[in-house]
Design a protein around this ligand. Structure first.
Ligand SMILES: [Cu+2]
Length: 167
């Protein structure tokens, strides 16, 4: 039966899709890229960063660089040794763990005077949230709720489309 095959495919999609489809690649600063005099706090404010997502820092090589720092380093623009900088001009950072992450540019006074620094809060990956059936982990429960409901909406939409194809 064709419809049975379709459901098998659908089941596989439901398992595989969350791992790939919800991994987002964020170009830091969007069209402005990684630069001075840009409000990265405003840029990050309405975005939802999750484990597995990627940050892309794009800038002219030599013009800027990227340092991962801690909260104090971020607040006070403490630049780590040059050797620890990412400097390819197209630095891709995969968010590997949940929690707060801080980045800054170590060139000249770009951090202190140019405000070239980014602070984000990374949430757990989608599959971690929707696979946990019973009591949610102690961490942000509201975020978990959002993640779950969004995934459910996605699945309902997928099934609706499948039903439409069958009928
Ligand atoms: Cu810079």
């Amino acid at each position: 039966m064709a419809s049975m095959n379709l459901f098998a495919v659908l089941a596989i999609i439901c398992i595989v899709i969350p791992r790939v489809a919800f991994a987002t690649e964020y170009i830091v600063g969007d069209d402005s890229g990684w630069t001075i005099k840009f409000d990265y706090a405003a840029w990050a404010k309405d975005k939802e960063f999750r484990v597995g997502d990627k940050l892309v820092f794009a800038y002219p090589v030599g013009g800027h660089n990227v340092h991962k720092v801690n909260a104090t380093g971020f607040k006070e623009c403490i630049v780590p040794p040059e050797s620890e900088a990412l400097s390819s001009g197209n630095d891709v950072i995969t968010l590997a763990t949940p929690g707060n992450k801080w980045y800054l540019c170590g060139v000249g006074q770009h951090c202190t005077d140019g405000g070239q620094k980014l602070s984000i809060a990374v949430l757990p990956a989608f599959e971690e949230t929707w696979q946990a059936p019973s009591p949610a982990p102690a961490s942000p429960s509201s975020a978990t709720g959002i993640a779950t409901s969004r995934y459910q909406i996605f699945i309902v939409a997928l099934i609706t489309i499948a039903m439409a194809i069958i009928v």
